[in-house]
Write a protein that binds this ligand. Structure first.
Ligand SMILES: *Cc1c(COP(=O)(O)O)cnc(C)c1O
Length: 404
């Protein structure tokens, strides 16, 4: 055992969340290091049990009666739970359903319609592709201008740059709380204040922060937010996304997909659409109950751990990855593309080197599964519920070997 390996075992032995790993189903035995929990979280054992029970007892046993016995309220009940556990949001402001892309569309479209005199949306040229594409679509549809922030790939948009882009033409600012490339954490409270001072609404994408970095939507006075539940929230592939609409906006904003589930008196089936009061008006069609079962089951693990303990372990994991990077990868021509300051760094660490794309196959053949982001970034996604320090060591040891 080399010194770093012994150190990894010490870190695991001292980790208060070490046992939580056993609450997850193991990957197939060929997996040496799963370093992509920020793209698809691993399945909690309770998710498998809950799905089986749901199909047999609720769907199979209760049939259509299930809608009156909790399914109808599930999108908002689970939203409240998510709000309390990971989003810093009081009840009545969070709903689950659709994908992050679709919820981005619904919220951004509602926001620009609520600022009719303003013709510009500010967004990050380095943001996740779907965020850019959805806003391009809205700009084309509504004949709005897009003002792009040009952030560095190893960082993210900074307050001064954002302030310079804000003026009386700006209807909406759309940003990721944690940059998907670098993991840089944005100063959400200060940015929200700056945008609101300029008269704009702010829409936060929390896909890379929910469940790993503390979020305080109410305290930030955020207007709107969306995010994924299949990353750090372990909801399963394609699990429904969440939307947050600050309570004072819920009745003032009108989302564009007018389905029966967002209408008042759903089963009245009457003529014409008029939205139901509150956050439910952001629903469109039948809620994806089956797809919410794993998330609802697995959230107990996050509630039990607590977001502060998750953040503490996440910081320790990224510090450990950077320590190994300094010792093993930097001397082999690899660059760090994430902030060194832990306070500004989210749950993943990105390293860069020309030719990394060719290493993906060999890494996978050796049981190491990282994430890759073109053109040259290897993203190490470290999930505090499921990643061990020994796993980070094992994965980076293989990478070091492959680099020669
Ligand atoms: C993962 C991710 C998404 C994914 O959106 P889907 O609609 O679920 O495909 C969106 N935005 C950001 C910032 C992401 O990281």
């Amino acid at each position: 055992m080399d010194a770093p390996e012994a150190r990894a075992h010490e870190l695991d032995a001292a980790d208060p969340l070490a046992d939580v790993r056993d609450a997850f189903l193991p990957p197939d035995p060929g997996v040496v290091a799963y370093l992509d929990g920020n793209s698809l979280g691993r399945p909690p054992r309770v998710a498998a049990e809950a799905l089986e029970r749901f199909v047999g007892e609720e769907w199979g046993g209760r049939l259509i009666r299930g809608w009156d016995e909790g399914w109808m309220e599930l999108p908002t009940a689970l939203g409240d739970r998510l709000g309390r556990t990971v989003l810093g949001a009081a009840p009545g402001q969070v709903v689950l359903g659709d994908s992050t892309s679709v919820l981005l569309y619904k919220l951004a479209r509602a926001a620009v319609a609520a600022r009719p005199g303003r013709r510009v949306v500010v967004l990050d040229a380095g943001d996740f592709p779907t965020d850019r594409y959805v806003l391009e679509g809205i700009a084309a549809e509504r004949e709005l201008g897009l003002r792009w922030l040009d952030s560095a790939p190893d960082a993210g948009p900074e307050l001064a740059e954002i302030e310079a882009a804000l003026d009386a033409d700006v209807a909406l600012l759309v940003l990721s709380h944690v940059a998907y490339r670098s993991a840089q954490i944005a100063d959400a409270a200060a940015i929200t204040r700056a945008a609101q001072a300029a008269g704009a609404l702010v829409l936060w994408d929390l896909s890379h922060s929910a469940g790993v970095v503390p979020v305080a939507l109410d305290a930030w006075a955020a207007d709107l937010a969306v995010g994924c539940t299949y990353k750090y929230l372990n909801g399963g592939p394609g699990a429904p996304a969440f939307a947050y609409v600050r309570s004072e906006h819920a009745d003032a904003l009108c989302q564009p997909v007018w389905g029966w589930m967002g209408r008042e008196d759903v089963f009245g089936m009457g003529p014409g659409y008029s939205p139901t009061p509150g956050i439910r008006s952001f629903l469109s069609g039948t809620p994806p109950i089956l797809a919410l079962v794993p998330l609802a089951a697995g959230l107990g693990l996050i509630e039990a751990a607590g977001i502060d303990a998750l953040r503490a372990k996440s910081v320790a994991l990224t510090e450990w990855a950077i320590e190994l990077f300094d010792a093993w990868l930097a001397p082999r021509g690899v660059a760090l593309a994430s902030p060194r300051d832990a306070a500004r760094r989210g749950g993943h660490v990105t390293v860069r080197r020309a030719g990394f794309a060719e290493l993906l196959g060999p890494l996978r053949a050796r049981g190491v599964i990282p994430d890759y982001r073109a053109p040259d970034g290897l993203r190490l996604g470290l999930s505090p519920l499921t990643t061990s320090f020994a796993e980070v060591h094992a994965g980076l040891a293989v990478l070091r070997e492959l680099l020669g």
